[in-house]
Design a protein around this ligand. Structure first.
Ligand SMILES: O=c1[nH]c(=O)c2ncn([C@@H]3O[C@H](COP(=O)(O)OP(=O)(O)OP(=O)(O)O)[C@@H](O)[C@H]3O)c2[nH]1
Length: 183
């Protein structure tokens, strides 16, 4: 039996929920590799609570770039950033995923979005981060590192790590799908 090739993927976050989603996604799409996934601190360079898709994407990209600078030998550097967007009078929350390969190619994806209530939005506008708001409302600690607001709102049908898998699988598609769609 031939040994599987080692693949080092470094994520710019130490949030266990994000690390879990990367591990679970890559196990599905990089089956022929021996995977090593690590999470490290990486600055987003945007507000703790991004308030537009543009800002959220920038945050994910900045994190991935910081990872690549810290780990130039990584096969893939990743950033995941949660943020809010506005369409008309509707506010949605989701996660953006950016993957950078060693040779500078970039893949982008997003999780599904959920509707933010005006109750939560008002608290965000007062300056509180979503993670702290859902801790207070649920009476739980550090929800953002576990099921997330996504898990609370769906009674754990779609937890944060599960929702982020969609964004991760899309972001990596450039690297594992048929090249006819990309080049
Ligand atoms: O997309 C999401 N799905 C969820 O279910 C969820 N639950 C809480 N949040 C909050 O959204 C803000 C931005 O997230 P974020 O990616 O910038 O930071 P984070 O603190 O969670 O992780 P990190 O900065 O350690 O990597 C932070 O207040 C998070 O707490 C969620 N976001």
């Amino acid at each position: 039996m031939t040994e599987k090739k080692h693949l080092l993927v470094v994520l710019g976050s130490t949030n266990p929920s994000k690390i879990l989603s990367v591990k679970n996604s890559l196990e599905k799409i990089m089956k022929n590799y021996s995977l090593e996934v690590i999470g490290v601190k990486a600055p987003s360079g945007v507000r703790d609570q991004p308030m537009s898709d543009e800002e959220t994407l920038k945050g994910a990209e900045n994190r991935a770039k910081s990872v690549l600078a810290q780990y130039p030998h990584a096969d893939f550097a990743m950033g995941i950033e949660g943020g809010i967007s506005k369409i008309g009078d509707v506010f949605l929350e989701n996660g953006f995923v950016v993957v950078l390969s060693k040779n500078g190619e970039k893949g982008i994806g997003t999780s599904g979005s959920y509707q933010l209530s005006s109750k939560i939005l008002n608290k965000i506008n007062e300056g509180t981060e979503l993670g702290d708001i859902v801790d207070e409302l649920s009476g739980e600690e550090s929800v953002k590192t576990k099921q997330g607001a996504m898990g609370l709102l769906t009674k754990n049908l779609i937890t944060r790590d599960k929702a982020y898998e969609t964004g991760i699988i899309f972001a990596f598609s450039k690297f594992y799908s048929d090249s006819v769609y990309w080049h």
